[in-house]
Design a protein around this ligand. Structure first.
Ligand SMILES: Nc1nc2c(ncn2[C@@H]2O[C@H](COP(=O)(O)OP(=O)(O)OP(=O)(O)O)[C@@H](O)[C@H]2O)c(=O)[nH]1
Length: 371
């Protein structure tokens, strides 16, 4: 339970934020469509015989909501994501619902508390936070909806001079029991949405993690790289991709069996993981192949990867107590962003060519150019 709460309250990792940003765009599009439909309401009201004043106020409100929705949509479309956007738009969605309920109260008190369709705006605002994949946004939506609607209930009950004012032929009788039910429903919707977000975070984490070593996998790398490229572009720095392949791993499999070779692989990853610094990301992309991303130009990255290679070569691995310690070696090819390519696949192709040079020249070495 503690783990669930702390995961929901902490900032999601970069991949979840990326998924959340596309969810924010989906919500922004939906909001823009709903806002467009709102423009039709004053029209239908007019056809139904509503007063001119009422329709003008309705039209002005719908236009304002449309303008703001278009602003949120434009911001959600931007390549550079604003981390604050889901929080602000969620507060907007909840507060807009409250605003409409307040307007209803000024026209007819029971309408504010017994209108089902407008109150559903809170439920929608809470449920749509599931697409933002951020537990903090969902909890904010739930807390805001409960606080705002709770205050509205208190205000309406204190404004009503007599119980008759809370009885309506169109909206029925406002009772405290039905209002408690609505508050409880909002809390339940928040809880369910929070669990959906938590499950989604877990599934994304699972799909981006290699089962044997616990390292990020290729899927993780594919989703993470665009942000790293963007960060490198912003501060005009370089990124180096090192493609690391174990030497003669097949032989290890033959000698120790698959289980022993698996344990050796886990030992090696444990060693490398302990050595990886901030500004470096290690992922397992294939059987005995890893990618190390370094926020360094290629020359400095070569020195770093070569130092890692020497540490690995000097280390003895003990897959189990009964077997002899073994040595493992790796070869690596490097490619640099942006000089060697501007996409992950281009960089990996380049790094692979250099890795093949390392293999052909005798293995246990790091290569940064083809010849
Ligand atoms: N134990 C184990 N073996 C694996 C795993 N994934 C791939 N392999 C084995 O790793 C070996 C990879 O072989 P290669 O990379 O083709 O060749 P190599 O023997 O490492 O030789 P070079 O790369 O040329 O130095 C194959 O025998 C695969 O079966 C895994 O998860 N566990």
């Amino acid at each position: 339970m503690k783990a669930i709460v702390s995961s929901l309250l902490s900032r999601p990792d970069e991949i979840m934020l990326e998924i959340g940003a596309s969810g924010e765009l989906a919500v922004a599009r939906l909001r823009a469509v709903i806002a467009g439909i709102l423009l039709l309401l004053p029209l239908t009201n007019m056809l139904g015989g509503g007063s001119i004043d009422e329709n003008l106020i309705g039209l002005a409100g719908a236009v304002i909501v449309n303008v703001i929705s278009q602003v949120w949509l434009a911001l959600a479309r931007r390549r550079r994501h604003f981390r604050w956007l889901p929080f602000v738009t969620t507060v907007f969605d909840v507060s807009l619902t409250t605003l409409v309920l307040v307007l209803l109260a000024s026209y007819h008190l029971p309408a504010a508390l017994n209108s089902l369709i407008v109150w559903c705006g809170y439920l929608l605002a809470i449920l749509l936070t599931a697409l933002r994949s951020d537990g903090r946004v969902t909890l904010l939506a739930g807390a805001m909806a409960l606080a705002q609607y709770g205050l509205l209930i208190l205000a309406v009950f204190s404004i009503a001079q007599s119980p008759e004012e809370l009885i309506s032929t169109d909206y029925g009788t406002v009772t405290s029991a039905s209002q408690w039910q609505r508050l409880i429903l909002l809390a339940i919707a928040t809880l369910i949405t929070t669990m959906v977000v938590y499950r989604m975070q877990q599934l994304v984490q699972m799909s981006g993690t290699d089962g044997l070593t616990g390292l990020p996998n290729r899927t993780w790398l594919i989703h993470r790289m665009p942000r790293l490229f963007e960060a490198a572009d912003i501060d005009s720095s370089s990124l180096t991709v090192a493609l690391i392949n174990l030497d003669h791993f097949r032989r290890l499999n033959d000698e120790m069996g698959h289980g022993g070779a698996d344990r050796a692989l886990q030992d090696l990853v444990g060693l490398l993981n302990g050595l990886v610094d901030s500004g470096e990301w290690l992922a397992r992309v294939r059987g005995d192949e890893f990618v190390l991303i370094l926020r360094k130009p290629i020359g400095t990255a070569w020195e770093r990867v070569d130092a890692l290679r020497r540490i690995v070569a000097d280390h003895s691995f003990e897959p189990d107590r009964s077997s002899e310690p073994i040595r493992m070696y790796f070869s690596a090819g490097l490619a640099c962003y942006p000089n060697d390519g501007r996409s992950l696949s281009a960089l990996l192709r380049r790094a692979d060519r250099r890795l093949q040079v390392a293999k052909r020249s005798g293995r246990n070495r790091v290569v940064l150019r083809e010849e």
